[in-house]
Design a protein. Structure first.
Length: 509
């Protein structure tokens, strides 16, 4: 039974969750959390403070010992808003690697929202759609609109509780002028999404994170309903809580039910964000879920191992939606892109004994086939270099940084140049992936050759190994000429021999 560990390094706290696959479900076996305020100095000076980094490293070392104790099969460590903004983030990333051996990945706000969405839809039964998800952390607030498991809208707003507290609230309790300035800033950001949320009309609003948990616990004490098992906050109670909290000093706030001593320091800003969101987006309230980013990370790790599960299909859906969105944004010829993907897939399975690629490369090859033309959006001259940069640095939701770089490297070499170990696309990857990327890029070159005419002349391609020779049999569409495609494949024969050490021949059915 595979065991997974997810580490979420947030602007306010660091969290660890370990889970084990049991059948088709993940069973939590360990969880830990500690407030380190890694992002506190970032939102003032633009730099991670030495103390916050040291405190976080201390926690990560403890997490590392726990992860080793449970013998986890896979660990994924991600950081969010604080490292996205910090100018010295690379120093911290290297410190983490030196202290634990973990490779820390800084994810975008949009990917953070997607992972939270993945964790929620994989673990919750949502009975009404569309659903709105709100995750308010220390540095940012992710807002997502989901319809039957598909993300329709998502945005990351700079409305984290630590960020806002440090930026606006200088006194305790805060002065009216400070609260007013903060509200104006919050409302400016909320206006970016309010009209889209209202137009969607979410039937369910689910909030995650510590701020939502604290507000839900306080709201429960307000209504004095000890029988209710659901933690929820109505709009009226959310506004009431924001006003009440802003009038109380820290020692008083710390005595409130459901509000821990550290959370009490930043709860005013978080409460105001929720109150303003509910009012300006015309929300009746929200219910709290303890699920979050770490749950999405665990679900994705398990889904990548077994695609037959519900989370596995959700991950495939997320990735496909992202590829389609990228194609639309960069004005790709999607008919041709889908055809390239189809032919590349037809080459992959029959030639697996030749190329020796892992099953994961089938998906990465498919993604490269869909996106290899994005570079032309910038300029057709040098478009393959542009394609690499765009793919490696784009919002390919559901793909890790290394996976994006693999897809980008495969897509980079469909022109005249061929990959070599000293070039940047391969140098950005572990040495263990170099040979695989070269072999996958050659399969994509063949797929491009077989679709060169853009007329769909080749309906399908059959591949077989015969006496050490690779034979491709092209099945043309009715009355279609495949002369151009035969010529293009012929040009790849010498490179095919160089990479695979076998001859390539082509016949027409």
């Amino acid at each position: 039974m595979p065991t997974y560990a997810a580490v979420d390094i947030g602007s306010n706290s660091v969290r660890l969750k370990i889970a084990r696959s049991q059948g088709r479900r993940l069973q939590e076996i360990y969880e830990d959390r500690e407030v380190t305020r890694l992002g506190e100095a970032v939102f003032q000076s633009g730099f991670l403070s030495p103390k916050a980094m040291a405190d976080t490293i201390k926690v990560l070392r403890r997490f590392h010992r726990v992860v080793q104790k449970y013998g986890t099969d896979q660990v994924r460590v991600v950081a969010t808003s604080a490292l996205r903004d910090a100018r010295n983030s690379q120093a911290f990333i290297e410190w983490v690697h030196s202290a634990t051996g973990w490779r820390l990945e800084t994810i975008s706000g949009i990917e953070e929202a997607r992972l939270i969405h993945l964790g929620l839809v994989a673990n919750l039964r949502v009975h009404a759609w569309p659903a709105m998800l709100i995750d308010l952390g220390g540095g940012s607030c992710e807002v997502t609109i989901s319809d039957r498991g598909h993300i329709r809208e998502t945005v990351s707003l700079p409305l984290g509780a630590v960020r806002l507290t440090n930026e606006f609230l200088r006194h305790d309790p805060p002065r009216k002028s400070e609260l007013e300035s903060m509200r104006k800033f919050i409302n400016r950001e909320i206006r970016r999404v309010a009209h889209r949320v209202q137009a969607t009309g979410p039937k369910v609003v689910i909030a995650t994170s510590g701020t939502a948990a604290a507000l839900a616990a306080m709201a429960k004490s307000l209504v004095q309903d000890s029988r209710s098992k659901q933690l929820a906050v109505s709009r009226a109670n959310g506004v009431r809580l924001a006003k009440m909290l802003s009038r109380r000093a820290l020692p008083e706030r710390r005595k409130l039910p459901g509000l821990g001593p550290k959370r009490a320091e930043i709860i005013i800003a978080g409460a105001v964000v929720f109150a303003e969101l509910m009012q300006h987006c015309d929300l009746s309230g929200f219910r709290y879920s303890e699920l979050g980013l770490r749950d999405g990370l665990l679900v994705q790790m398990a889904a990548e191992r077994d695609r037959s599960t519900r989370p596995g299909k959700q991950l495939e859906s997320d990735r496909w939606d992202s590829l389609l969105a990228a194609g639309k944004h960069y004005r790709i010829d999607m008919v041709h892109a889908r055809r390239m993907r189809e032919i590349a897939t037809q080459l992959f399975a029959p030639l697996r004994t030749v190329h020796g690629l892992s099953p994961d490369y089938k998906e990465w090859l498919s993604a490269a086939a869909m996106l290899y033309e994005v570079g032309a959006f910038i300029n057709r001259f040098g478009r393959h270099r542009h394609a690499y940069y765009i793919i490696a640095n784009s919002e390919m939701l559901g793909f890790t940084l290394q996976q994006r770089r693999i897809v980008a490297a495969i897509a980079r070499y469909v022109g005249k140049s061929v990959p070599s170990a000293g070039e940047a696309p391969l140098k950005a990857l572990p040495v263990t992936e170099h040979s695989a990327v070269i072999r996958a890029s050659l399969l994509l070159r063949l797929a491009r050759a077989l679709t060169l005419g853009r007329r769909g002349a080749v309906e399908r391609v059959r591949s077989r190994v015969r006496d050490g020779e690779i034979v491709l049999t092209l099945v043309p569409r009715r009355r279609a000429s495949v002369d151009l495609e035969l010529w293009a494949v012929e040009k790849e024969r010498s490179y095919f021999r160089e990479v695979f050490g076998r001859e390539l021949s082509v016949t027409v059915a």
